[in-house]
Design a protein around this ligand. Sequence first.
Ligand SMILES: Cc1cc2nc3c(=O)[nH]c(=O)nc-3n(C[C@H](O)[C@H](O)[C@H](O)COP(=O)(O)OP(=O)(O)OC[C@H]3O[C@@H](n4cnc5c(N)ncnc54)[C@H](O)[C@@H]3O)c2cc1C
Length: 410
Amino acid sequence: MHERIEHYDVIILGAGAAGLFCAAVAGARGRRVLVLEKANKVGKKILMSGGGRCNFTNRVVQPEHFVSGNPHFCKSALSRYTQWDFIALVERYGIDYEERAHGQLFCQNSAQDILTMLLQECDKAGVTVSSRCGVRSIEAAGDSTGRFSVSFDQGPDTEKSNRSVVCQSLVVATGALSIPTLGGSGIGYDIAAQFSLPLTERRAGLVPLMFSDAMKSICERLSGVALEVEVHCNGQSFTENLLFTHRGVSGPVILQISNYWYPGNTVSINLLPSLDISQWLLQSKRDQGHSLLRSLLAQKLPKALVAELQTLWWSNDAERKLADYSDRRLTELAALLGSWILKPSGTEGYRTAEVTLGGVDTVGMSSRTMEAGGHDGLFFIGEVLDVSGHLGGYNFQWAWSSGFCAGQYV
Ligand SMILES: Cc1cc2nc3c(=O)[nH]c(=O)nc-3n(C[C@H](O)[C@H](O)[C@H](O)COP(=O)(O)OP(=O)(O)OC[C@H]3O[C@@H](n4cnc5c(N)ncnc54)[C@H](O)[C@@H]3O)c2cc1C
């Protein structure tokens, strides 16, 4: 085991989306940049993202698409490096992409195209990217040779060597806690705490919801059933697909609302968002009075779901013809179908969460440069910060935008 010290203008911790992009931007400015990555391969989350096709940005990017204790913080970065800037880069590389629902842009071939593009940008800019380099500690060097000293273990587990490097600017791009097997780590929070920077509470986001009550068995029985619904929670609502799983509910609409759900909250589900349900039931009573309610609903909802709803809400009237329901009862049932109240017991947690909500508090960070106030040369970018996006390419756009801003100043 031996120790040698090298000097760089910029050291970036983490070769994920934000770190690689920041490195390319800084390198293109002529800065001498080293990226240290703990894993054996760089950009693992990029490769896994969007089902292997990387939803790299969205055609419509607004501050409202982000969750943060400081909702204004993201505005400057998002306007200085926009989705159009990233799309132009993707097009310069000739990467084929497609637009899916809600303006989401995905690679047509593979997420590897985005990672290859980032690595080529780094290569062009003379950036050194070193994998199997797990950062152990940071010290404020504060001398003429550099502001920060970074110690890390290099190499495979069996033959690790200790190294130290010194730099003028240190960029923390180590991501967050979600999916530990893809590099999720809390070291960025430890570094923030070491420099007395405040953290906001962290929790899993873009994550399936689970149940411990009778709803758990309903979900088990409906596992695999999907339908478009509108979900409301804490003043937010989304209309997209819901998927029942053997643990609870998932699908894009649930991942979206999970960012706004706190333990103890209920969520309200409109099962027929494109209908005035009460008017439809009353009209159907007049037009098809001989039908059963379950047959009518099965025209618009999966049959297995209708069977479960019947057990919950009208089991005593299961064989009653629509014509024999009172208007009042149909209006009551319409209200239930339009607002099915569920009380999740929890989320699936960081094991499956696409993001971590909360993180390094943006109060005291420069929204223009991502530099920590009072700590010249210390920058935080990407998911480690208390900025998380909705589903739809927003988290990568935040990685590009925040990485660009820091890359301009490091
Ligand atoms: C399964 C999945 C699919 C997703 N799909 C999408 C999508 O399609 N669109 C979208 O916008 N967002 C998506 N996301 C979210 C998106 O991947 C993240 O928001 C984004 O990767 C965050 O970028 P980052 O650079 O901040 O962190 P990361 O990409 O997580 O990179 C952090 C890097 O730091 C490294 N690191 C950690 N600790 C250390 C250490 N001690 N020393 C050195 N290196 C370290 C990690 O190994 C990792 O490579 C998805 C997330 C997941 C989990």
